[in-house]
Write a protein that binds this ligand. Structure first.
Ligand code: ATP
Ligand code: MG
Ligand code: FE
Length: 339
């Protein structure tokens, strides 16, 4: 089964050709990061316009790189949520138009399910069940992947997502957007134990996260230092903040592993490309004899290959969408809005 996948939920316009969910023939990503950097974050209206300008060419390139044409495509997988509604609609409208014109089945895909499925591309032997930590710009979910397409959310963030916290702290110390890679870079020169930022805890749930308190602690620390006329050490702040996030993520993940057992643990989403986080997870998993799975950095941040992987398993389970499939900005993981 050869799938053309399209992704446009945020600030990456992407298309890919994926065979049987795991073999990537092409993975074209046109990122808008340089444009949004000028504004310190993603501007939804600009994102939609840029998707419109680029989507046709991105799809053409994906087909060309895969040495294939629409005549050989068995299904079109497209992200229909969650994400920015205007951005989602660009990819979705394009997918519907191709599906209608060429009479190719349409399969709606959940963006976060896509992030999780990136692991299937990276390691062809990985099969459910396993535990997965999704850490992206808008989500922080600890998920039990029970089977293909079957998810149980054990814990989630109560406020900011992990990636969002990286972005906000980066802005506060003047590193710019997107914050994740910049904090990771800056942290390499700093001491992760220099400043004791609080590791977020949520009282009534062992698996839920909270990152807004940590973000406030960093902001208070910076303001406090400024008022006392002290200079701040950005590298120490970056390293200490990153360590606090990692401690929370690893702590919750290992707690879930101890509770639910299993011998496989995966991470997914943009923050999963963080090398320090990956090393900490790897070590914690090894100590428990658990195999650790992680997509390559290019498959962690937004891309269409992961959407092609998710679309394949949805297609195999019989999902087919009609021309009335709509964008669902707040689509929950495991929720299916069919058309
Ligand atoms: P969502 O998937 O929740 O809808 P999104 O698609 O915007 O949100 P992703 O593309 O998965 O999110 O990831 C982007 C996020 O990952 C940003 O918040 C970015 O700062 C973060 N990120 C990227 N690289 C790193 C890194 N090396 N370390 C930490 N965070 C990172
Ligand atoms: Mg992005
Ligand atoms: Fe994403």
């Amino acid at each position: 089964i050869c799938i053309l996948a399209i992704e446009s939920s945020c600030d990456e316009t992407a298309a890919a050709v994926v065979v049987n969910g795991r073999q990537v023939l092409s993975n074209v990503i046109s990122t808008q990061i340089p444009i949004h950097t000028l504004y310190g974050g993603v501007v939804p209206e600009i994102a939609s316009r840029k998707h419109i300008e680029r989507i046709n060419q991105v799809i053409e390139e994906a087909l060309k790189e895969a040495h294939t044409s629409l005549d050989e495509i068995d299904a079109i997988g497209v992200t229909y949520g969650p994400g920015l509604v205007g951005a989602l609609l660009v990819g979705l409208s394009e997918a519907k138009a191709i599906s209608f014109a060429k009479d190719i089945p349409l399969v709606g895909v959940h963006h976060i399910e896509g992030h999780i499925c990136a692991n299937y591309i990276e390691d062809k032997t990985l099969e459910p069940p396993f535990l997965c930590l999704v850490v992206s710009g808008g989500h922080t979910h600890l998920v039990r992947v029970k089977d293909y397409g079957q998810y149980e959310i054990l814990g989630r963030t109560r406020d900011d997502a992990a990636g969002e916290a990286f972005d906000k702290v980066a802005r506060a110390i003047g590193l710019g957007y997107p914050g994740g890679p910049k904090i990771e870079q800056k942290a390499k020169e700093g001491d992760p134990h220099a400043i004791p930022f609080p590791v977020a805890k949520v009282n009534d749930s062992a698996y839920d996260f909270s990152f807004s308190g940590l973000k406030s602690a960093v902001l208070n620390y910076i303001n406090g230092a400024k008022m006392k006329g002290e200079t701040i050490n950005e590298a120490d702040i970056a390293a200490s903040f990153q360590q606090a996030v990692i401690d929370a993520l690893v702590g919750h993940a290992m707690h879930a592993l101890d509770e639910f057992g299993g011998d496989k643990f995966a991470i997914a989403g943009g923050v999963a490309s963080n090398g320090t986080l990956r090393a900490a997870m790897q070590e914690a998993c090894e100590r428990r004899g658990v195999r650790f799975y992680h997509p390559s950095p290019i498959l962690c941040t937004d891309n269409a290959a992961m959407i092609g992987a998710a679309a394949y398993y949805e297609y195999m389970s019989g999902r087919r969408d009609s021309m009335s499939l709509n964008a669902v900005p707040n689509l929950a993981l495991g929720q299916r809005v069919e058309s």
